[in-house]
Design a protein around this ligand. Structure first.
Ligand code: ATP
Ligand code: MG
Length: 434
């Protein structure tokens, strides 16, 4: 017979293994570092210009960053900071290398969501974040999942739960309850609204003293920051239920949205959410804060089933929120929730697999052009990198078969290019802030 104590013991063993794997993964200094990119990658894959044109331009201007020569010879290797400097200072055929950003808009927010486990959410979120950063965008990633796959992939392994989405939600409960109490006290007598009490146990956590910067952490990529998660944040779902009980008028689902609203518009271009495989307080916060939903799905029949029930459950949950609308309680929140765009993206797709092709056709029959034209193909590069917690962009192409690396990179590049088009269109539609 087994109890919670046996489970706890098994977990302790597993944690030891986990920390060993992480030490191996991030060795030697136990921190993740970003590699340099070769002049071939910078010109052809990143700037999309001819390699000899690029080299010629570098040679002509000795003030431009010139990268480092590695032992193996001809190629120069550039850091991301150098690549970004080149973007700002170089024009090719009179065209800027800076990526487009619509004027007077805040950063665009995209949730990679599906309640189905293993759909490829974290893989897509990681690769889109890296592709966007190589494209010149400044990215904030938000890990809503206590499995913390994205946080680990981005090199964060010692995260305290106060600094996660949970901390943001608990802090929001305190702020919102204070705001409601203050306006209830100021209301005409006779329409007296109840004063809500937050127990000392919650106030004493000191979350009020935390600043924006306590939640937002740098990563090995100079233009990617993250609000990380950690395993301890798993109790959020229980805690949030309790918090709603303390203040039933609290618009719990808008906590993260309110937090992101405080970030200056020009701090980031893109905010990407990795969601947990469940409907709950955290995933509702992610969905509610998003301008755009990107829904990855595997190519199997059961995954199609799950994706169908995901959109059904999401529709119901969002409808419930809309019915509970109460302008006093929600403050600035507008209901029903409006998305600028919703798209489906097939992942782990094998073009040679008849079933996959049939499922892709079925997806397109049902969802039409909401289905991304370029599915993400199954690739060994990701299977291998999964273990090492790296994206194909982070893997040095000299470390694997060049063909495998190129195919993997091509499939993520194509998916990102399509995403970028939809993202830019959605971005244009956001409210003008001038
Ligand atoms: N294109 C791909 N090629 C090969 N393997 C892939 C690909 N995409 C995802 N995988 C693998 O499938 C597994 C699940 O992917 P991932 O963790 O991204 O899914 P998820 O939706 O985030 O899962 P969860 O619901 O648990 O958060 C991982 O082992 C990952 O390495
Ligand atoms: Mg995941």
């Amino acid at each position: 017979m087994y109890t919670h104590e046996d489970l706890a013991r098994l977990q302790a063993q597993s944690l030891k293994m986990q920390s060993w794997i992480r030490r191996q993964t991030f060795s030697p200094e136990n921190t993740k570092t970003l590699r340099r990119f070769s002049s071939w990658e910078v010109s052809e894959l990143i700037f999309k210009v001819n390699q000899s044109t690029f080299r010629g331009r570098l040679a002509a201007d000795p003030n431009l960053p010139s990268g480092e020569v590695e032992e193996d010879g001809r190629q120069r290797w550039f850091s991301l900071a150098e690549i970004n400097e080149l973007r700002r200072r170089m024009k090719i055929n009179r065209k800027t290398l800076l990526p487009p950003r619509p004027a007077n808009k805040r950063a665009i927010r995209v949730a990679i969501a599906n309640f189905k486990g293993g759909a490829g959410k974290s893989t897509v979120a990681l690769h889109f974040a890296h592709a966007a950063a190589l494209d010149g965008y400044r990215v904030l990633a938000v890990d809503f999942d206590p499995q913390a796959t994205l946080s680990h992939s981005m090199g964060l392994s010692d995260v305290v739960e106060d600094h996660t989405v949970w901390g943001i939600m608990a802090r929001d409960l305190i702020h919102e309850t204070d705001r409601m109490n203050a306006s209830a006290a100021g209301a005409e007598s006779g329409t007296a609204l109840p004063q809500r009490q937050i127990p000392a146990a919650i106030r004493d956590l000191g979350l009020d003293a935390l600043r924006m910067g306590d939640f937002i952490q740098p990563t090995a990529w100079p233009t990617i920051d993250i609000i990380p998660s950690c395993a301890n944040a798993a109790f959020v779902e229980f805690a949030s239920a309790q918090y709603r009980h303390l203040n039933p008028e609290w618009s719990f689902f808008a906590a993260v949205s309110r937090f992101l609203d405080q970030i200056p518009d020009d701090s980031y271009d893109m905010i990407l959410f990795d969601c947990p495989p469940a409907i709950g307080y955290q995933s509702m916060n992610a969905v509610f804060a998003a301008d755009m939903l990107y829904i990855p799905s595997g190519p199997g029949y059961w995954e199609y089933d799950s994706t169908t029930s995901f959109i059904g459950q999401l529709a119901e949950a969002l409808e419930d929120l809309a019915h509970g609308a109460d302008s006093f309680a929600h403050g600035q929140v507008t209901l029903p929730k409006v998305f600028q765009d919703i798209r489906f993206l097939m992942t782990r797709y094998e073009p040679g697999n008849e079933l996959h092709r049939a499922m892709f056709d079925a997806f397109r029959k049902v969802f039409g052009d909401r289905v991304a034209e370029s599915p993400i193909e199954m690739t060994r590069a990701v299977e291998q990198s999964g273990r090492f917690l790296s994206s194909v962009y982070e893997i040095d192409y000299r470390e694997m078969t060049r063909g495998t690396w190129r195919r993997a990179r091509a499939t993520f590049d194509a998916a990102y290019a399509e995403f970028r088009g939809h993202m830019l269109a959605a971005w244009e539609n956001l409210e003008d802030r001038s």
